[in-house]
Design a protein. Structure first.
Length: 278
């Protein structure tokens, strides 16, 4: 494959992300949102998800270093990474590989499935019984719990990046709080660091074994804040959910992926989104 001499926006490149990022100018990206392979044996079509662990962490370290070079000093890097019940250290080990280049400004908990007992919910008329919502994946074990959440580590260059917290805000449950607190001037508050984002129901096999929902990168971009000139990079674009979020929000994107089928799928989904306008 011929290597491009420079990287254009609003494109997905079929190439290794480290090679791609090296072609980008320093300090040009506002937001990085990505979910790398977790090295837990997922059946990717091209990538080997069973690398020796030291090699995997070194790879994450190099990605952290190169991404810092292309990120603006007031930028944000949102890293979604999880593990599996038998290997719970993975997200924490990966997080440490970013410590040399970034400050960990926030830790967001992406909840994929949650159960709430009626007796614990309090006096909320909308909750009439025990509820369980979201994408629940059982684990066949008498030692480990099913994993119903993953981490989104929010890294910034100096820990001083300002956020548009109300862009992903929620309404107050107790309306008497509006006006009671100095910052409560409208019926909207900080969502906090627990985000419930379920997968959509999938009735057929997914073309990618580990893609996050489009709403996840959309919320990350909204939280950081964006304008029509905002540039988002996803080093592991996969089937294009980050790009679709960028199209929805009217911002620019650059993506990389080594798998031609994933890139083709992403480009087709972007084309259909652009044609439909939704």
């Amino acid at each position: 494959m011929n290597m491009p001499s420079y990287i254009e926006t609003d494109r997905i490149y079929r190439m290794d992300c480290l090679e791609g990022m090296k072609l980008m100018q320093s300090g040009t990206v506002d937001i990085v949102v990505t979910s790398p392979p977790y090295n837990i044996g997922k059946p990717y079509a091209t990538h080997d998800d069973t690398m020796p662990y030291d090699e995997y962490l070194d790879w994450m370290h190099r990605i952290a270093h190169e991404s810092r070079r292309i990120l603006r000093n007031d930028g944000s890097f949102f890293l979604n990474v999880g593990g599996k019940p038998r290997e719970p250290w993975v997200p924490y080990d990966v997080m440490q590989e970013f410590r040399e280049d970034y400050i960990l400004q926030n830790v967001i908990h992406w909840v994929k499935s949650v159960s709430i007992a009626k007796e614990d919910a309090g006096n909320y008329g909308a909750i009439r019984d025990d509820i369980s919502v979201g994408h629940y994946q059982p684990v066949n074990s008498d030692r480990f719990l099913s994993q119903c959440h993953e981490h989104i580590f929010h890294f910034t260059p100096a820990g001083t990046t300002k956020l548009d917290k109300l862009a992903v805000g929620v309404k107050y449950q107790d309306k008497t709080n509006i006006g009671r607190w100095k910052q409560a001037t409208q019926d909207l508050r900080d969502r906090g660091n627990v985000w419930f984002i379920p997968y959509k129901t999938i009735r057929s096999s997914r073309p990618h074994p580990a893609s996050f929902p489009e709403k996840l990168p959309e919320m990350c971009i909204r939280l950081h804040g964006h304008t029509p000139d905002t540039l988002v990079c996803d080093p592991f674009m996969g089937i294009g959910n980050t790009a679709l979020a960028c199209v929805t929000l009217g911002v620019h994107y650059i993506g990389f992926d080594i798998d031609p089928e994933y890139c083709d799928c992403a480009e087709e989904r972007i084309r259909r989104r652009a044609m439909s306008g939704t």
